[in-house]
Design a protein around this ligand. Structure first.
Ligand code: KG4
Ligand code: ZN
Length: 360
């Protein structure tokens, strides 16, 4: 039996500077240094500020991850780094750091797709066998993937506009609730009546697994403005009912489209059918419970990794790097940082990909 690989992972594609040491499926250390305080005043992540903060913190983060793991750099088998997709300045900071460490130590360098890190997390946490169906649902992503291997993904659908987390965040902003919007909207929805306001279930009348969430936000804006025009403001019950109606619509779309994705996936006759959900929106109890019930009905194993591993972290990058290393993947000093890097290169770009290109 070969010893499990020990991999140092680096992640800096958005607003979390992270480093971790993973041995096989064991997380020896995982450090995540958030940047919330730096961006708060601007209402969103400022790429230049993020890149500078990554550059300043990456070495501290790596030193801490190695110290927590109780291992020197020479105790690693390889260095894995997020090489995209993401904010280019941050990805560059991580790739440059990893290259420096690789040259200095002679360790192998492995560039990892950030989305592959998320998509392989159910293997890190639960050893979920290939092929499994995955729903990545966060503030920036929303897609169904059939995961067949660390480099073999089929995207069978996704959002054509906003990601659900983004829609939750915008909803919170429109209703004066704190950010991040998901938890605030979920909390307010508990006391609300989901049936008081009519929200659409976008694209449910069309075949396939693509989704759309931007219309929900517009519907909410219209309902809110009608209330304000009629009564001069919003009562607490209005906010609760709007949140409940919005959340129920997002849940119904995600559940309805997941039902279709499961049917497509099962056509492949996977030997051990499994479904995993990841991303910040998976923290939503109504959505997660709906997905779990759906899987139970279809006889699919259901995996929802712990939230700390669903949100951005470097343990998932180290783990994915380990699977790639085992497949013989090695990169050299030509490894480049990629702002866009779709997991499924054969899938057509999403509709509405717009000015910023395809929503990977
Ligand atoms: O995966 P994640 O931490 O980050 C990225 O998207 O990169 O996801 C964050 C998103 C935010 O939009 C947040 O509002 C949403 O996940 N979220 C939730 C909940 N908790 C976090 N959405 C709905 N319900 C929740 N309980
Ligand atoms: Zn992410």
């Amino acid at each position: 039996m070969t010893a499990p690989l020990t991999i140092l992972g680096l992640e800096s594609s958005c607003d979390d500077t992270a480093a971790a040491v993973v041995r096989g499926r064991k997380i020896l250390s995982s450090i995540v240094l958030g940047q919330d305080a730096l961006h708060r005043a601007y209402g969103g992540v400022v790429p230049e500020i993020a890149a500078r903060a990554h550059a300043e913190k990456l070495d501290i983060c790596v030193a801490q991850a190695l110290a927590d793991a109780g291992l020197p750099l020479s105790g690693m088998d390889a260095i894995a780094v997020t090489a995209g997709p993401g904010l280019i300045g941050g990805v560059l900071s991580g790739v440059m750091m990893a290259k420096g460490l690789s040259v200095g130590s002679g360790l192998a360098l492995i560039g990892v797709n950030h989305l592959a890190g998320h998509a392989l997390t159910p293997r890190l946490t639960d050893d979920l066998p290939y092929p499994y169906l995955m729903l990545l649902v966060s503030g920036g992503h929303c897609q169904f993937l059939i995961v067949r291997g660390p480099q073999d993904f089929s995207r069978i659908g996704g959002t054509i506009d906003d990601a659900p987390g983004e829609a939750f965040d915008k909803t919170a902003r429109l209703l004066g609730l704190p950010q991040p919007g998901g938890p605030s909207v979920e909390h307010a929805a508990v006391a609300g009546d989901p049936a008081r306001f009519a929200f659409p279930r976008p694209l449910m009348d069309r075949p396939g697994c693509d989704m759309s969430f931007s219309g929900l936000k517009t519907a909410l804006l219209r309902q809110r403005d009608t209330l304000i025009a009629a009564q001069g403001g919003l009562f607490e019950t209005d906010v609760a009912d709007l949140c409940a109606g919005f959340q129920a619509a997002v849940r119904d779309v995600l559940i309805g489209k997941t039902r279709r994705a499961i049917a497509l996936y099962l056509k492949e006759q996977p030997p051990v059918p499994g479904f995993a959900v990841a991303g910040g929106v998976a923290a939503n109890r109504a959505i997660c419970a709906g997905l779990e019930t759906l899987c139970a009905d279809a006889d699919l194993r259901f995996v929802a990794p712990p939230l700390a591993l669903c949100t951005d972290n470097a343990a998932m990058i180290a783990y994915a790097g380990g699977e790639l290393f085992a497949q013989g993947v090695r990169h050299d000093m030509t490894l480049s940082a990629r702002p866009r890097w779709p997991l499924d290169r054969s899938a057509v770009p999403m509709l509405g990909s717009g000015k910023k290109g395809a929503k990977a």
